[in-house]
Design a binder for this molecule. Structure first.
Ligand SMILES: [Zn+2]
Ligand SMILES: [Zn+2]
Ligand SMILES: [Zn+2]
Length: 50
């Protein structure tokens, strides 16, 4: 939990390292979109309403 930053996607609860602001290309691509749920596919993401 030290340097874990949250993904910049508003509905994504993933954490990212020092790679960038987004956990995945999905989140990066959804930047300008009004997405309701996150579909990055990572387990534990609360945007994945499965
Ligand atoms: Zn996500
Ligand atoms: Zn994300
Ligand atoms: Zn993710």
């Amino acid at each position: 939990m030290a340097d874990a930053k949250q993904c910049a996607h508003p509905n994504c609860s993933c954490t990212v390292g020092d790679k960038g602001k987004y956990c995945s290309a999905y989140c990066e691509g959804a930047k300008g979109t009004a997405t309701i749920a996150c579909e990055c596919g990572h387990p534990g993401c609360k945007g994945n309403l499965k």
